[in-house]
Design a protein around this ligand. Structure first.
Ligand code: ADP
Length: 989
């Protein structure tokens, strides 16, 4: 297809690629290139770049123009586009054959004006670091007035745009002005001070401001805020590394991510974007991680590329009612400059790459992210959420790096497209749990006991992957160690434990029996419960003294430690309060729903009917209708829904299920009416059952000949967790009795150990065996152990990319061997080494009907392959063996070949990218010669030479059932490749 036709055909996509970020940068870079190449005249350029016209209109004008200029211009345009937007190549764009035609610009550049034009792309780049100096030179030489300078420096322009406006002005001033610019750049280049020169000259007051800001950031971040209610704990003493992962797999394996990698280049998917997202569930440690970064920056121990760091909490920004400019936002919400405010802000504008903004808890903002309302002038006032959204997408303060944290639910595609990269925070690793517990207890003997009790209760250990739960468990170690058999199993158990701990901490128990501890504090629980409940229903996480009063929260209730004083850097307000953690607010809301006799009857039904309302904001609107109406809530109704409302309601519902479990009946005995409680229990059980049925009804009928497969819909895992919290096998059984599928797919569902516990609790009641696909989650070894109770109903288990080690495999296989249905396992991309192969070998020896073993992308060497070979020798059933991306080498290939030589079952074998050479190929030829079953052999990306391939060809001469041998990327010349393909078409070389 001609370039002209391509431009026409892809018009919509091109427009989108050029304009969807909202920034004119892409378009302007393309224009720079086309101007430099002489494809656009200066008049063309001025007709496209009409000041004040919409970006899309400018881009359309350009497309019309290049199209009418014909094929050559279209080719150069597509090439320029490819240069400016390398990321669109992967997005189905076609540039076919264009790049070869790029016109070299060989014309002699007779005047300076021409030079500025033909070198425009590189001059724009060079100028952006020294705009002020260039302007000064132009003023000195009499070419520019101060009005010219002001137009160039307009704050709405990014540094590259300022450079372009400067060049545009220079053009109108004649050749001698152009010469001044060229000479200035030349001089800077010679002194080596280009680009970096101007960042080194901050205004005098700046250093004072920097000091003030960093000491304020340091003071805000050195203690862990949630300990405020009980005891203060220094972040240095308690901070434990969480597990960080890139959301997009890096091409080159970048190893475990450290704190500073959050900002670094690893995993960047969109170079143009400035915003990095840290995504994690409630309590996974997002705020704490940011706090740590702030502290390290303030101390000069990290992120020193940034001279200023402005931290924001979305929770606090919610209460900003005024319209603000960016300048006001920075200075009023973070740190006020005592003098020279204007100069300091100008420095920030001039040096965006030296500035970092952090926004904690985007999910807590009352408004969901939207990029509809654009502003780009830093002095324009707007509601704070609008400022925030424009900062995130880069239409405001382009070039300033921004880090935001959020729960995954609040991040839709609208936001994702503006992200530079996404980092997942997945709580503590098993080692992290241990570190945290040891740091938390100065008494090593206590720490050892807590750890011992966690090892004995793996359901609880699984919960401790969530840092907030790890903290609770450590905090309540006395209760934990004292409760013996009744040690906590569910999240509700853990929160009940901390409830008991705090209540008794403040006023020691009159009775030692568990029965009594709640009763004595019922009013406190109800007051706090009402506050929490109304807050959840109205997306409110910060409460004023008046809010507390309305719900009857007394000074005594307040002292219990569940509420902490909210610290806001802007704090000129009167005292404000928040719950120790958002999950604690959900827990109190749930207590209120269970205990309050006046709670609206429909609350439970509405709470559990959430999955239908996901994303519509209806969830909380319906839910709010259950509140007694007051003026304040009336006002809240009108506001837009936040994306994280549903998750908060889901957490609350999970607690409601847990609190209504039969196991806790005795706790409520004297706190509320038994009949009311029964009714609520029945209601929850009914809702859960109904919710499940809805999911099952949505499963499509299978295409003929295919398996019936269910991909988990949003809300499925949540329902499963609610059932687990109730701890009623009968409900789990009832739910599963209606599920008829062959394959259950739960990929990318944020499944960690806790979810595994719940899944196993419910899925073990399935009536027919299923394939359970859990790829791309964070199951880990603890999660694997949690899955064991449902292994007997799994005929296949897919656990690709799940952080599983040899230890997890040991336990999995020990159980798998006893399960008749278990026939397939896929463990691609985990942390497996040779230490696990003995277990697979044992599995193969024991299970004579095992079908598929896939261990790709692990660390298995020749030793491991030899172990596997022991099992393979005596196994008559295996059909698929995948070892892609290990390191078995020739010795490993030889061992496998000798074990599989006369296999009658193996259909498919992959040893891609394993360092297999000619000796290995020679051995594998024996399988081809003797096996009666093998159809496909994958040997791509090895180091097999001609001699090795000769052996394979010879073996194929005696084999008619073999379909293909894949040999791409081995040690063969192109002539050898040609010759071999001609001799044996089954070789794919
Ligand atoms: P999120 O912001 O994801 O909801 P937080 O950062 O508020 O989670 O963490 C909740 C609690 O968990 C913290 O108050 C702290 O007690 C504990 N915590 C979280 N991350 C860490 C960490 N890295 N080291 C020590 N404790 C942590």
């Amino acid at each position: 297809m001609s370039a002209q036709a391509l431009v026409l055909k892809q018009r919509t996509e091109i427009l989108h690629a050029l304009c969807s970020s909202g920034s004119a940068e892409h378009l302007e870079r393309v224009l720079d290139i086309l101007l430099a190449q002489g494809e656009l005249t200066w008049e063309d350029y001025q007709n496209i770049q009409i000041p004040g016209r919409a970006l899309y209109s400018n881009a359309r004008q350009l497309l019309d123009l290049v199209y009418t200029k014909g094929v050559d211009t279209c080719e150069l345009f597509l090439t320029a586009l490819e240069q400016v937007l390398p990321e669109v190549q992967g997005a189905g764009f076609s540039f076919s054959g264009c790049s070869s035609n790029q016109k070299a610009n060989e014309e002699t550049q007779s005047t300076s004006t021409q030079s500025l034009l033909t070198q425009r792309p590189s001059i724009v780049c060079k100028l952006q670091g020294c705009i002020d100096g260039t302007l000064e030179a132009l003023v000195k030489s009499g070419h520019f007035t101060s009005a010219d300078c002001d137009e160039v420096r307009l704050p709405i322009h990014t540094p590259t745009q300022q450079a372009r406006r400067l060049l545009d002005h220079v053009r109108s001033k004649g050749n001698s002005a152009a010469t001044v610019v060229l000479e200035y750049i030349q001089e800077k280049q010679e002194t080596g001070s280009l680009l970096s020169q101007e960042k080194g000259t901050p205004p005098k007051e700046f250093l004072k401001y920097q000091k003030k800001l960093s000491s304020s950031v340091s003071a805000q971040s050195c203690f862990l805020s949630t300990y405020g209610g009980t005891s203060q704990m220094s972040l240095d003493d308690i901070y434990t590394e969480g597990q960080l992962e890139l959301a997009h797999n890096c091409a080159d394996d970048c190893g475990p991510l450290g704190l500073e990698d959050v900002i670094g280049t690893a995993g960047t998917v969109n170079e143009e974007a400035d915003t990095v997202l840290i995504s994690g569930e409630a309590g996974s440690g997002k705020s704490t991680l940011l706090q740590r970064l702030h502290l390290l920056w303030a101390r000069g121990a990290a992120l020193q590329d940034f001279v200023l760091l402005f931290p924001f909490s979305c929770r606090h920004l919610n209460s900003e009612q005024r319209e603000l400019s960016v300048e006001e936002l920075l200075f009023q919400h973070c740190c006020w400059p005592d003098r020279e405010q204007g100069e300091i802000f100008q420095f920030i504008l001039d040096n965006p790459h030296l500035i970092l903004f952090t926004f904690d808890g985007l999910d807590e903002l009352k408004q969901s992210f939207s990029d509809e309302y654009r502003i780009c002038c830093p002095s324009e006032r707007a509601p704070v959420h609008i400022l925030l959204f424009n900062l995130i997408q880069g239409s405001l303060m382009k070039g300033v790096r921004k880090v935001i944290t959020s729960r995954p639910e609040a991040v839709g595609p609208g936001l994702t497209k503006h992200l530079r990269k996404k980092v997942l925070l997945q709580g503590f690793s098993p080692f992290g749990i241990e570190c945290f517990v040891r740091k938390h207890h100065c008494d090593a003997a206590v720490a050892a006991k807590v750890l011992e009790s966690l090892q004995a209760n793996t359901a609880l250990l699984g919960l401790c992957h969530s840092p907030v739960l790890c903290w609770i468990v450590s905090q309540c170690h006395k209760e934990l160690l004292g409760c013996g058999e009744g040690s906590p199993q569910t999240i509700t158990d853990v929160y009940l434990m901390i409830l008991q701990h705090f209540l008794q901490h403040q006023s020691p128990p009159k009775t030692t029996m568990r029965l009594g501890w709640l009763q004595g504090h019922l009013q406190t629980v109800l007051h706090l419960g009402q506050l929490a409940f109304e807050g959840i229903a109205s997306t409110c996480y910060i409460f004023s003294g008046a809010d507390l009063e309305t719900c009857g929260v007394t000074e005594k209730d307040n002292c219990m430690g569940f509420l902490i004083q909210s610290n806001d850097m802007s704090s000129t307000h009167s005292k404000q309060y928040e719950f120790l953690h958002l999950t604690m607010q959900c827990f109190f809301a749930a207590l209120y729903i269970v205990l309050a006799s006046n709670a609206n009857r429909s609350v439970i039904a509405k709470l559990f009917d959430l999955q239908d309302m996901r994303g519509t904001g209806l969830g909380s609107a319906c839910f709010r209708a259950c509140l007694p109406s007051t003026d304040q809530q009336g006002q809240v109704f009108k506001e837009e829904a936040t994306a994280a409302e549903t998750p908060n309601l889901q957490i609350t519902a999970t607690f409601v299920s847990g609190l209504l479990s039969q196991r806790h009946r005795s706790l409520w005995l004297h706190c509320c009416s038994g009949a009311m409680l029964e009714k609520k229990i029945r209601q929850v059980a009914r809702c859960l059952s109904k919710g499940m049925q809805k999911h099952f009804k949505s499963i499509p009928q299978p295409v003929q000949g295919e398996k019936k497969s269910m991909h988990a819909m949003p809300g499925f895992v949540w329902l499963i967790k609610c059932i687990y919290e109730m701890q009623e096998s009968s409900i789990a059984k009832e739910a599963m009795s209606k599920l008829e599928v062959d394959h259950l797919k739960l990929t990318y569902c944020n499944i960690g150990p806790v979810e595994c516990t719940a899944l196993a609790f419910v899925l073990q009641h399935l009536r027919n065996p299923v394939g359970l696909q859990l790829d791309n989650n964070s199951v880990g070894d603890v999660g694997v152990e949690q899955l064991l109770p449902c292994m007997h109903i799994c005929n296949s288990l897919y656990l690709r990319n799940n952080n599983i080690t040899d230890e997890g495999i040991r336990k999995l296989i020990a159980k798998g061997i006893q399960c008749d249905n278990f026939q397939k396992i896929a463990l691609f991309n985990n942390n497996l080494t040779d230490a696990c192969t003995q277990h697979f070998s044992h599995l193969l020896k024991t299970k004579q009907d095992f079908l598929s073993l896939r261990l790709g992308n692990n660390n298995i060497t020749a030793e491991g392959a030899k172990q596997l070979a022991e099992g393979l020798k005596v196994n008559p059933s295996l059909k698929y063996l995948g070892l892609w991306g290990n390191k078995i080498g020739d010795a490993g290939a030889e061992a496998l070949a000798s074990a599989l030589e006369s296999s009658k079952s193996l259909l498919w074998l992959s040893l891609v990218d394993n360092g297999v050479g000619t000796a290995g190929a020679r051995a594998l030829a024996n399988i081809i010669r003797n096996s009666t079953s093998l159809e496909e052999l994958w040997l791509t990306e090895n180091c097999i030479t001609r001699a090795g391939v000769e052996c394979l060809i010879q073996a194929l001469e005696h084999n008619t059932h073999m379909k293909s041998i894949w040999l791409r990327n081995n040690d063969l010349s192109s002539e050898e490749v040609n010759e071999m393909t001609q001799r044996e078409p089954r070789l794919i070389v």
